[in-house]
Design a protein around this ligand. Structure first.
Ligand code: NDP
Length: 476
């Protein structure tokens, strides 16, 4: 036994993770259900470092130093359970199983429980950055026991992305915390992508600009506060020309967005926790709307626009308004995502350090962005910050663009351009800062039809009004 770490599941992600370990000088045991992938890794990338290939799971496990560290990188769901079931009888007390796939966090909690009973550590780990990140340095979000992190953590930090020399990997929290945080990361990614898509649409409709021109605007934006991987690739994609037709590539792509499900999980969890993650929800539903083909056909045929023809007069001022509105909406989406992390952390006793999460998302992952530094700083100022938006930096940055945000959302409405994420983010902003909300009326209605009771602004206690009798008030 001489391998320091093992990887089973050698499709794109597992193969690249294994190569990343090897390139960092680790001896890596490699295994895949079908041996062909193991052989092709050795044939094509054997030069990357020291690999120990095995055809059987038994040989793979036997090739690992104790306590064994096995990274499972297979299709999420039943495949992960199948691999764990095969592995567990071969392992010994203190060994560590790392699930680096995109598991749903309740599955991770279940698996962690089951393996703990057998004296094994189970580490559900979020890995972001796609195949490129897996090879050159992903953002890594490990859960599981703090004890397992002592031996595993340094290896994962070693292969993670680095920003200013700081690894984009840290211990997140017990059992499902790592996969939970990865889920929210993906939800925020959905929101960020939708906001960028809305900004593109606004520029297209408002200015009548070509994809290439809009690509230039995004490239320009990428030199300021909005600097991020997603803005950078947007600039690139928009300037790409389709080889076959000579048209802008984005114009030949069918406008129906798909999803693998992590956005949906995030929204479902937001509903369970009662945390308004409206940006992520709107983004998820916007993908659903884009794919609602019969509804869109019926809507296109029957629904009048009754909207103006958009002709923006001051191009530069409009571009700047869109930029400010995009930044403000983006802050809302992140603020909501961090609220969700705080709520789940409290509910599950995970004790997640939100500032550290922003720090490990600065590099390697899809939402890597300059402004994550600002989020880390905000939580350094106040680790218990109840609302990220209300941090001094963000109140300033968002406040600065508030008038622009309102102009953009109202102009979009007047001109019939759908901006669900921009608009709902602005409504969230106005809702969360409101002195008084119409929720009072909801409570009154609930008491009227269902005797659900209400509280009063002027006295302690719970009250009910006899709506169908004499309308007297009683205290519950
Ligand atoms: P896939 O999700 O396509 O899974 C393919 C791998 O799973 C193959 O190694 C396959 O083995 C193995 N597998 C499938 N079913 C079984 C089974 N019943 N028993 C044993 N092995 C099985 O691979 P990816 O590399 O794309 O992704 C791996 C994981 O990483 C997934 O959980 C994914 O969600 C996650 N992930 C992916 C990202 C990406 O950009 N692709 C980014 C971040 C996370 P075989 O070769 O024998 O079929």
């Amino acid at each position: 036994a001489r391998a320091q770490i093992g990887v089973t599941g050698l499709a794109v992600m597992g193969r690249n993770l294994a190569r990343n370990f090897a390139r960092h000088g680790y001896t890596v045991a490699v295994h895949n259900r079908s041996y062909g992938k193991t052989q092709s890794l050795i044939a094509e990338n054997g030069d990357d470092g020291d690999f120990v290939p095995s055809e059987s799971m038994e040989d793979f496990v036997a090739s690992l130093e104790r306590p064994r560290k096995v990274v499972v990188m297979v299709k999420a769901g039943a495949a992960t359970d199948a691999v764990i079931d095969e592995l567990v009888p071969l392992l010994e007390e203190g060994d560590i199983v790392v699930d680096a796939g995109n598991a749903h966090f309740p599955d991770t909690i279940r698996r962690e429980n089951a393996l703990r009973e057998k004296g094994l550590h189970f580490v559900g780990t979020g890995v972001s950055g796609g195949e490129e990140g897996a090879l050159n340095g992903p953002s890594i979000m490990p859960g599981g026991t703090a004890e397992s992190y002592e031996s595993l953590g340094p290896i994962l930090e070693d292969i993670s992305a680095k920003v200013d020399g700081v690894p984009c990997c840290t211990y997140v929290g017990p059992d499902g915390a790592g996969h939970f945080v990865k889920m929210v990361h993906n939800g925020i990614e959905y929101a960020d992508m939708q906001l960028i898509a809305e900004a593109y649409d606004l520029l297209k409709q408002g200015l009548g600009a070509s994809a290439a021109e809009i690509g230039q605007i995004f490239a320009e934006w990428n030199t300021g506060d909005l600097e991020s991987f997603l803005i950078e690739i947007t600039a690139d994609v928009l300037q790409h020309v389709d080889a076959e037709t000579g048209s802008a590539f984005v114009d030949v792509v069918l406008d129906q967005a798909e999803q693998k499900g992590t956005g949906r999980w995030t929204v479902q969890n937001g509903l369970d926790l009662g945390v308004p993650i409206t940006g992520i929800a709107e983004a998820t539903f916007a993908r659903a709307l884009s794919g609602s083909v019969p509804q869109r056909e019926a809507g296109r045929a029957a629904l009048p626009a009754d909207a103006g023809t958009w002709a923006v007069e001051d191009r530069d001022a409009f571009v700047e308004d869109v930029r400010l509105a995009l930044f403000a909406s983006k802050v809302v989406a992140y603020s909501q995502g961090f609220d969700q992390i705080a709520a789940a952390s409290a509910e599950n006793g995970w004790d997640i350090d939100r500032g550290a999460m922003a720090r490990i998302w600065r590099g390697g992952c899809i939402i890597r962005a300059r402004f994550l530094n600002r989020i880390t700083e905000a939580y350094e100022r106040d680790a218990e910050l109840p609302l990220l938006l209300a941090d001094e930096y963000f109140t300033g940055a968002v406040g600065n663009g508030l008038a622009a945000w309102r102009r953009i959302v109202s102009q979009a409405a007047l001109n019939g351009v759908p901006v669900p994420a921009f608009a709902s983010s602005l409504s969230y902003y106005d809702g969360v800062r409101a002195e008084r909300l119409p929720a009072a009326l909801i409570q009154a209605q609930r008491d009227f039809f269902g005797a659900h009771t209400y509280k009063r602004v002027d006295r302690e206690g719970t009250f009910h009004t006899e709506w169908s009798l004499d309308r007297s008030e009683s205290q519950a």
